[in-house]
Design a binder for this molecule. Structure first.
Ligand code: NDP
Length: 328
């Protein structure tokens, strides 16, 4: 079979909430390892391999770097040089919310910031539109109506096909959904963090999403790489925790967590999986989770992630054992 058909053979796609948008179970995020400080050839190889494995969804934001903006530039170059014929087969996202440029208009949730940031992202990626544009975080000092009207405007002006929010708590999310609905641009997706070590979404957010027919694509499902076998014998060179610009702090790698990972790893082995694969399957066990956004520093990690697709199910016994380890 042709490579262009093969890429869709093994990936599973799920409906994002009650929208018309289908997303792959595994998405690729470009927060780390796709920036100006990284090796372009490696970044390119990862994007191309991901796409060939059916990962149609690439998650970016204005500030991904370092330097900020450079992940979008890298992705733009890959698109231009390798994937320009495939734009309509890809879901490309961006976000605005965190600090991007100096002065009062370079972060948070004003209309001024969101609209100009979206324009900048399109320019960096060389795109006419993104597929999803997110408010990256709630802004306590800007009326929610203003932030949502900016998202609505971005969609209406054709700069994004869908609107999303990220890092909003359950109450803020409900308000955002109501406003967006009243404007005629329903929110299709929420992007929260979720992993075995970070379960806040279970405390109300997933219920709110389900009630509103909004999908979820969850980030840091491996807790930035901790939920793998990587840190079981210390902090290896080249890992995210060892990098000065990596966001995983060595203080987050506690003995208690390592103890739990060792126990979880035994369950993974019994399932014929790696620890990272178990952690991804566990996040996807909840049907309200549309997709997991993984990060990667090498192609083999993307292949590991896609390798879970024929072994997603858990027995009751496995889930009980995992729960006991996580709650201990
Ligand atoms: P993960 O929790 O998946 O961590 C990814 C890291 O885990 C990789 O860089 C790699 O680290 C390690 N890893 C991945 N697979 C394996 C494996 N098979 N074996 C061993 N180690 C592995 O996700 P991220 O924290 O990177 O977040 C994913 C994406 O989510 C981001 O790129 C971004 O798009 C999005 N995000 C959104 C946020 C928001 O506020 N909306 C915030 C944060 C992320 P190493 O480099 O050490 O090899």
């Amino acid at each position: 079979m042709e490579k262009d058909q093969l890429r869709y053979e093994n990936m599973k796609y799920s409906r994002c909430g009650k929208s018309g948008l289908l997303l792959p179970k595994i998405s690729l995020g470009l927060w780390h390892n796709f920036a100006g400080v990284d090796v372009y050839e490696n970044s390119k190889e990862m994007v191309l391999r991901a796409f060939d494995l059916g990962i149609t969804h690439f998650d970016l934001a204005n500030n991904y770097g370092p330097p900020p903006g450079s992940a979008e530039e890298t992705f733009g170059k890959i698109l231009r040089e390798e994937l320009s014929a495939y734009r309509d087969q890809m879901i490309i996202t961006s976000k605005a919310g965190y600090l991007m440029w100096p002065g009062p208009y370079g972060e948070w949730g004003s209309r001024k910031y969101l609209i100009s940031s979206c324009d900048q992202s399109l320019k960096r990626m060389g795109l006419d539109y993104v597929d999803i544009f997110y408010s990256h975080r709630p802004d306590p000092d800007t009326p929610l109506e203003e932030t949502m009207m900016a998202l609505d405007q971005i969609v209406r002006s054709g700069k994004s096909l869908y609107a999303g929010i990220s890092n909003y708590d359950p109450e803020q999310s409900q308000q955002a959904f109501d406003i967006l609905k009243s404007l005629g641009t329903p929110c299709v997706v929420h992007q929260p963090s979720y992993s075995m070590f970070n379960r806040w979404v279970e405390d109300g957010l997933l219920n709110v999403l389900e009630k509103n027919g909004v999908g979820s694509v969850v980030f840091s499902p491996l807790f930035q790489g901790l939920l793998t076998d990587k840190y079981l014998k210390g902090i290896p060179e080249g890992s995210r925790a060892a990098k000065s610009h990596g966001f995983l702090q060595s203080s987050q790698i506690t003995e208690e967590k390592i103890h739990k990972i060792k126990a979880l790893n035994l369950i993974a082995e019994k399932r014929g999986q790696k620890m990272a694969q178990l952690a991804l399957c566990w996040v996807l066990r909840d049907p309200r989770v549309t997709s997991v956004i993984i990060g990667a520093s090498k192609v083999s990690q993307i292949e590991d992630a896609v390798g879970i697709l024929d072994n997603l199910e858990f027995s009751e016994g496995e889930l009980t054992s995992i729960e006991a380890i996580l709650k201990a």
